[in-house]
Structures are given as structure tokens and as C-alpha cells.
Write a protein that binds this ligand. Structure first.
Ligand SMILES: [Zn+2]
Ligand SMILES: [Zn+2]
Length: 350
């Protein structure tokens, strides 16, 4: 008889098995608390955080407000060229601020509540599995199956081999052994920090990114405004956005000159002007028939109207120099900035 077999006799078996069980429980319990807390924080922000609890346009509004707040030209250009990257960065930033600053206490309470809940789930499963096996005079295999299935909705346990423990028959004793270990599991869970939660599998910012960024990211070919459709692929429905921008934001200029285009594309599509579909093409298309210029244009529905968001007027005035340097072009000639645009502030709504 080997040393191990010898050790595993009778109640000693229960002690060893209890220890193995507690080690596995500790890993699962910590993971369960982390993941649940991540999901809960994300859920709470989806319900009550102003930037995340509305529609796509609402999120966009908050992203723009945050960009205006920072007044950083480089971040603006990231947003214009790769809006998704900037929106993801915005979400990460907001979650961090929420979890570690503005709503830190709330987030910690969620964590605490989940530690208590997982402890309770384990105790309850322990009690129920033991009662059932005692009543039905089952063996250790049955006990493990019962215990795992009672835990299942809240935490997943790694497979435990019962092969060397078939001699366990005092399940009340086994329960007490595991209960002793539960104290240290609870202590381990209580040591969890919000930093740890933010690094687990179910990170709150990633959950929110998956939810909020799973939509269309096509940009208007004339001004780079992002389609606000909530579906990633919404063909045959055309891309659209309620607010367009002056085309110069995207670097559109008059061919053969360095004059940037100051007009909003909603104005352009109603004008008698024409454009070249891309830098190398020779054929000019009338703006009024922009969908004839190719799929890139035809896939958009740009309604001619006079809705010119003051925000972009402010942006162009505020960053005129930076934009001119960035594109190596000028707001001059037909692209001269109207004098009254300079009166707009970044806070003007319309
Ligand atoms: Zn546009
Ligand atoms: Zn779209």
C-alpha cells in the first residue's frame, strides 16, 4: 500500500478531498466574482450613465462634447479618420473614471455584494448536495455531481476526480471540512480590487464596447460623418446621418487650387457644383446626382437641407491653422470661412 493510499483511508480521505475541493473552489469563486462584477458595472452604466443609456446619436453627442472639452487637434483627427478607435477610447476612459473616481463607492459595493452572493451560493450548494446524498445514501461521485450542478448557474468548477476517494462515507464530516476552507475562500474574494475586475475576462469596458460599437461605422464620402445606423450591415438601406460637416474637414478642396471646401455636404448636394469621385479621375459628377459617381457615393442617402451644426463651424474656426497645415491647403477663395462662424462656441447646439 502506497503512502497516499494509506493516507486516504476513512476520514483522512475526506480531509484531503476537502482541501482539493477548496483549492478548486477558490479559483472559480474569484473568477465568478470578477466576471459578475464586470457584467454588473457595465449593466449599471448602460442604464444610468448618460453617454451610454441612449441611442447612437446620444453617444456621438457625448463623444463630441468630450473632444471639444479636450480641444486636442490630434484626437479630433483620429476621430474623423477612425471614429471607432476614438469611440472605443472614449468608452474606456469613461468606464475608468466611473469605476475609479466618480462612482468608486458604488462599484466597490457591487464587488462586495457579489462576494457575499458567491459565498452564499457555495454554502447553499454545500448544504443541499450533502443533504441529498445523505438522504439517498449516495457516494462521493453523486455528491460532486450534485454540488457542481447547484453551483453551475453562478460558478463553474473544474472537473474533480473522485477515483481515490470512494471510501468517503461521512458526508457531514466532508461538509464541515469544506466549510472550514470557505473562510479562506471568502477572505481571498474580499481581497479583490476593482483593478483586478478591470483585468478579468468580462472587463466592463469591453462589454460596453461590444454592445455599443456593434453598429455601422461607414463615413460620409464628402465629410466623414459616421452613419448612425445601429445595424452593422444594413443594406439595402442606405447609410445616413442627421448631421453632416463642412467637406473641408475631410480635406475636400477645389481641384487645381489649394482652396478647401467650406460648404456642408448637405448644401453641396443641392448645388449646381460638381466633384471628382477620386483624386485621379477625370470625370466630374454633378453633386445633385452624386449617387452616379460609384458605390461609395450611391450607398449613402444625403438629404439636402440647411442643418449646419454650429459645432463644426466652431471646430473649423478654432483649428483653422491646424487643419490648413494638416492638409497643406487653405480656407480661402470659395472656401473662405464666413465671418459670422467665428461667433459660435463649442457649446452651441444648432
Ligand atoms: Zn457628409
Ligand atoms: Zn451605415
Amino acid at each position: 500500500m502506497s503512502k497516499k493510499e494509506n493516507f486516504c483511508k476513512g476520514s483522512s480521505s475526506a480531509v484531503v478531498f476537502g482541501e482539493i475541493m477548496c483549492e478548486k473552489l477558490k479559483v472559480s469563486a474569484v473568477e465568478a466574482v470578477c466576471n459578475k462584477t464586470g457584467v454588473d458595472i457595465a449593466g449599471q452604466m448602460m442604464c444610468s450613465f448618460p453617454a451610454f443609456n441612449g441611442n447612437r446619436l446620444n453617444l456621438e453627442k457625448h463623444v463630441l462634447a468630450s473632444l471639444a472639452e479636450k480641444e486636442d487637434f490630434n484626437i479630433f483627427m483620429t476621430y474623423i479618420q477612425n471614429p471607432r478607435a476614438q469611440v472605443e477610447a472614449f468608452i474606456k476612459e469613461q468606464v475608468k473614471e466611473y469605476m475609479f473616481m466618480t462612482q468608486k463607492v458604488k462599484a466597490q459595493n457591487i464587488l462586495k455584494k457579489n462576494v457575499e452572493e458567491i459565498s452564499r451560493v457555495i454554502s447553499q450548494a454545500l448544504f443541499e448536495a450533502t443533504e441529498k446524498v445523505k438522504k439517498e445514501e449516495g457516494d462521493i461521485q453523486m455528491w460532486v455531481e450534485e454540488f457542481s450542478s447547484k453551483l453551475k448557474p453562478k460558478l463553474t468548477l473544474d472537473t474533480v476526480s473522485c477515483q481515490n476517494f470512494s471510501d468517503i462515507n461521512n458526508f457531514e464530516f466532508l461538509k464541515e471540512e469544506i466549510e472550514k476552507g470557505l473562510k479562506s475562500i471568502t477572505t481571498e474574494m474580499s481581497k479583490l480590487s476593482l483593478e483586478k475586475v478591470n483585468n478579468c475576462r468580462q472587463k466592463p469596458d469591453q462589454i460596453l464596447i461590444d454592445q455599443l460599437c456593434n453598429c455601422c461605422w461607414e463615413r460620409c464620402p464628402f465629410c466623414a460623418a459616421v452613419c448612425t445606423n445601429t445595424l452593422k450591415d444594413h443594406s439595402p438601406e442606405k447609410h445616413s446621418v442627421p448631421f453632416h460637416r463642412p467637406s473641408g474637414v475631410e480635406g475636400w478642396h477645389v481641384r487645381g487650387t489649394v482652396d478647401l471646401v467650406i460648404d456642408f455636404c448637405t448644401t453641396l448636394v443641392a448645388s449646381d457644383r460638381a466633384f471628382y469621385a477620386d483624386a485621379g479621375s477625370e470625370e466630374a459628377f454633378p453633386f445633385k446626382q452624386y449617387p452616379t459617381a460609384g458605390e461609395k457615393y450611391a450607398s449613402w442617402s444625403i438629404t439636402a437641407d440647411a442643418s449646419m451644426l454650429a459645432y463644426w463651424k466652431w471646430f473649423i474656426c478654432h483649428f483653422q491653422n491646424e487643419l490648413e497645415v494638416y492638409y497643406d491647403l487653405k480656407f480661402q477663395g470659395s472656401g473662405e470661412i464666413p465671418q459670422h462662424w467665428k461667433n459660435f462656441s463649442k457649446k452651441d447646439k444648432k
